[in-house]
Design a binder for this molecule. Structure first.
Ligand SMILES: *Cc1c(COP(=O)(O)O)cnc(C)c1O
Length: 229
């Protein structure tokens, strides 16, 4: 067994035990392996360990990998970086998901460039839940309007919201943000039928995010690092 195998087994075990403890063993949690800065060989190891969804932050780096791994036809690619409007065409053409819609213009352009012969692009709205000025995402006071716009785009499938954990150290603030995210998710889910995804956790907060009903977690370092967790 290689390190990536061990890391993935450890994460799967953590999730399984958490769900069992919460009496919810059947809930499905999707793991996105964040493969930014990782080479093809490492991604292939993750594929052999059972991962088939990957997240990339940089458009060209992601597309190179998508093309090199084309023969694995069950892979699902998520764009999770900041979206620049001049990259929307490449994102719409190459990725299956975009998790980082943060403004109207991006929704309109992704919709425009998504080819009609592909399935509608799965998208998440990124919310800057903690209102930190250095963070990406639509701010709390504008998310309802943006949600409405995304939901009206025929070539986009509005699946839910994405949140980056707060950089604040105090655990109480982190919990407060998760809680807000979870409330917004449930509120939007009531309004828009297509919504089923809360993308919340990363390497350092898997259990906390699950506690707040995240069902998609984005894990980079804990999968690809060489040392055991
Ligand atoms: C890099 C990144 C992650 C993964 O972070 P790790 O700490 O490596 O697990 C998750 N989400 C986004 C949006 C990222 O850019």
């Amino acid at each position: 067994m290689n390190n990536i195998d061990i890391n993935i087994q450890t994460i799967n075990k953590k999730i399984k035990e958490f769900l069992k403890k919460k009496n919810n063993p059947l809930k499905k949690i999707t793991i996105i392996a964040v493969s930014k800065n990782q080479n093809i060989d490492k991604i292939k190891l993750a594929i052999s360990s059972g991962i088939n969804e990957f997240g990339e932050n940089y458009v060209q780096e992601g597309i190179n990998k998508i093309q090199k791994l084309k023969k694995h036809n069950n892979l699902i690619w998520h764009f999770i970086g900041k979206v620049q409007s001049n990259k929307t065409k490449l994102i719409a053409k190459n990725f299956d998901w975009c998790q980082t819609i943060d403004r109207e213009k991006i929704a309109i352009l992704l919709n425009k460039y998504r080819k009609k012969n592909l399935f509608p692009m799965n998208v998440l709205m990124q919310i800057n839940i903690s209102n930190e000025t250095n963070k990406n995402g639509v701010c709390i006071k504008n998310y309802k309007k943006l949600a409405k716009i995304i939901s009206l785009m025929p070539n986009l499938n509005f699946r839910g919201i994405m949140i980056m954990p707060s950089t604040k150290k105090e655990i109480i603030k982190k919990y407060d943000n998760y809680k807000k995210g979870s409330i917004i998710f449930h509120e939007l889910k009531k309004k828009y039928q297509s919504i089923d995804t809360l993308s919340l956790g990363t390497s350092f907060d898997i259990e906390q995010s699950l506690l707040f009903q995240s069902n998609m977690i984005r894990i980079g370092r804990s999968i690809f690092k060489n040392k055991m967790i």
